[in-house]
Design a protein around this ligand. Structure first.
Ligand SMILES: [Zn+2]
Length: 97
């Protein structure tokens, strides 16, 4: 009985963090960022106008899918940029820099 040799398979997986920057459907700036903000949550946010939406994580979605949903929702009027919003947002937990 020979010793069974276990081969360790090392798969080098170059994980490249692609910049996930998209064009904003509201202001047209290429400052829309898709990022994970915790367990199963993603946020798509424009760095220029502040348009943003949070999403539950979809297992099969990539950044561009969140972005596409974000654009759709904006075009449908479901999300509004803070500057143009007539009503004040129910909760704004962002205080300070
Ligand atoms: Zn914008």
């Amino acid at each position: 009985m020979g010793g069974r040799r276990r081969r360790r398979k090392i798969i080098a997986r170059p994980k490249r963090t692609l910049p996930k920057i998209f064009v904003c459907p509201n202001c047209g700036a290429q400052t829309v960022n898709v990022k994970r903000i915790g367990e199963g949550k993603y946020v798509v946010v424009c760095g220029t106008c502040g348009l943003r939406e949070e999403f539950d994580e979809h297992p099969r979605w990539s950044a561009v899918d969140y972005y596409n949903a974000f654009v759709d929702h904006f075009l449908e009027g479901k999300i509004k940029p803070p500057q143009q919003a007539g009503e004040r947002p129910a909760e704004e937990g962002d205080g300070g820099s």
